[in-house]
Design a protein around this ligand. Sequence first.
Ligand code: NI
Length: 180
Amino acid sequence: MALRPVLLFPDPRLKRVSAPVEDVTDGLRELAADMIDVMYDEPGIGLAAPQVAEAIRMVVMDTEWTEEGNDRDAQVIINPEILEREGSVIWTEGCLSVPDFQAEVERAARVKVRYIDLEGKEHVEDCDDLRAVCFQHENDHLDGVLFVDRISRLKRGLYTKKRKKALKLEEEDVAESGAL
Ligand code: NI
């Protein structure tokens, strides 16, 4: 099984606004299965289609699973919408597309969400805690927004600098090994 690579900040494809899913096709089911593999392999608790370069409104999530803990029970969420937001909470977030960085982000504490599953069935759900935060984080990906877009300009600037430096070092390494 070949795992799809996860796009990394500052890849411009992460900034695209994704298109709604029109039909649940075999191709879509395959993509969902691939995304679930990538999510557990990384490992992460959520992954949005644009992170694997597919600009469509689909995410996979498993907020119960941890590396040590519960069984895997991934959920496929298509065309999610946040219908209501309530309260606020500060959460320390990370992202598979944002290497080596975590930061506190302010989110709504509770959200009411609507989405369809792979069978095309509609769900409306109230969620809080990690699941509410995860929904907001993944939904942001579908709008081309990363959690680093929701922190202070100063913190984002520092991270961007660090990231560009790391990318430059990687390039130099490739150039050096290429010269052998
Ligand atoms: Ni993310």
